[in-house]
Design a binder for this molecule. Structure first.
Ligand SMILES: Cc1cc2nc3c(=O)[nH]c(=O)nc-3n(C[C@H](O)[C@H](O)[C@H](O)COP(=O)(O)O)c2cc1C
Length: 392
């Protein structure tokens, strides 16, 4: 049997660790708003990427500079939002906007915002095939310490082939991506939770005398998120994560979906899981104004970028579904395919209440102009959400 480097060099085993390096973890319910008691959690999605959730030239002051993304984060934090979830993107989607092409890397982005905010949970979104678990677990732990236990990790498998090909090699087949993801997260969880050192010998990973210190600030580990909605994705979520993000269209579908995912986690893995959704929120004083603003996003949409997304997602191959494709393109242009909420503060409150009733415990959303519209949301929607008992 080959000797490990530790053995060759005559180094002492690293187990057990001195007590000060294995200090008690803080219960994450005390530090991370994702485990807090707000009935309907609120988050912002995509504030690290150009054009956020809209593939459109509709007017907005939104831009990708550090100062601007930080201002949005601090405003959301001040309003009591629960989480910021970034998009992990390595290449734009072309079209006239090169949608999402300017994109801050999400571990570094989260570290900066962890220092700049007080209360809100900050997520990184990580394409698991692009980063080794040792590096990712250490980065996550570091951000968790910077934020005092407010970190969350959104685990994504990498569905965009041109991006994955930037890293060399071929993109794995769909379900194999989740098999790889399972080994990845098993490895990361060991790094966050196991004292001493251990060996890893699995299909995708090998490692001798692996160790990781310090451990995260929040215990038992940072919050984990995943947005898989396929059978393999739901299985992965039910087995591993705290929150699944669903991409759904109707309240009936949402009800059935949330019940299914929760039952799977409970029955197959004896775990509880939350389900949340995402989309674009367009809120104005009158319904007409809100609809007009939404329509402007569509009218000034980047149909090229939306077409590229749909082509990549494998749905745009047939010319005979022109109508459905146009509708899909509209949904992608205005909210990345998510659940649109368009209306007055009262209507937005009602819709969020209906989503909550259907089993959604939160929504992360985009705004046409994040920074400006957050002020309006804080003044006009937050008080109604409190009155409705959805927030306190
Ligand atoms: C809220 C949300 C956030 C997502 N974030 C990213 C992302 O940042 N980068 C990415 O490549 N895919 C992202 N995705 C796509 C998912 O990772 C996943 O590929 C997609 O939901 C399809 O998974 P499935 O085939 O298991 O249903 C996101 C999806 C949702 C719903």
């Amino acid at each position: 049997m080959t000797m490990t480097a530790n053995e060759r060099l005559g180094l002492a085993p690293t187990d057990p660790r001195p007590a000060d390096e294995t200090r008690p973890l803080v219960d994450r319910a005390e530090t991370n708003p994702l485990f807090g008691d707000q009935k309907m959690k609120l988050g912002l999605f995509g504030t690290n990427c150009s054009y956020g959730l809209i593939m459109s030239h509709a007017p907005s002051t939104y831009k990708i500079t550090w100062e601007h993304t930080r201002e949005i984060a601090q405003r959301a934090d001040g309003l009591g939002f629960d989480v910021l979830v970034p998009v992990a993107r390595w290449k734009g989607f072309g079209g006239s906007t090169n949608f999402n092409g300017n994109c801050f890397e999400t571990y570094a982005w989260a570290a900066g915002l962890a220092e700049a905010t007080e209360r809100i949970a900050i997520a990184s979104t990580s394409h698991l095939p692009t980063v080794h678990p040792i590096v990712a677990a250490k980065a996550a732990t570091t951000i968790d310490h910077i934020s005092g236990g407010r970190f969350a990790l959104n685990l994504v498998m990498g569905w965009v082939p041109p991006e994955m090909e930037m890293f060399g090699g071929e993109q794995r087949q769909h379900d194999e991506r989740y098999a790889f993801g399972q080994e990845w997260i098993d490895y990361a969880i060991r790094l966050w939770t196991e004292p001493g050192s251990f060996d890893v010998a699995s299909k995708y990973f090998q490692g001798n005398d692996v160790e990781a210190y310090p451990k995260p600030h929040q215990g038992p580990r940072p919050a984990l998120l995943n947005a898989g909605n396929s059978p393999a994705g739901i299985e992965f979520s039910a087995r591993n994560v705290d929150i699944n993000f669903a991409s759904l269209d109707t309240l009936e579908n949402i009800k059935a979906y949330t019940a299914k995912v929760k039952a799977k986690a409970r029955d197959d893995y004896q775990r509880d899981i939350k389900v949340m959704t995402y989309g674009l929120v367009v809120c104005r004083d009158t319904e007409e104004e809100a609809k007009r603003a939404f329509q402007q996003v569509v009218d000034e949409g980047d149909w090229g970028a939306a077409g590229n997304v749909i082509k990549i997602a494998g749905s745009g191959a047939s010319q005979s579904f022109d109508h459905a494709v146009k509708e899909m393109q509209e949904r992608f242009i205005a909210g990345w395919g998510g659940y649109p909420i368009v209306g007055t503060p009262e209507q937005v409150t009602e819709e969020l209440g209906a989503l909550n009733e259907a089993g959604m415990e939160g929504m992360i959303f985009g705004l046409i102009d994040y920074n400006e519209e957050l002020k309006y949301f804080g003044d006009n929607v937050m008080p109604l959400l409190k009155q409705a008992g959805l927030r306190h």
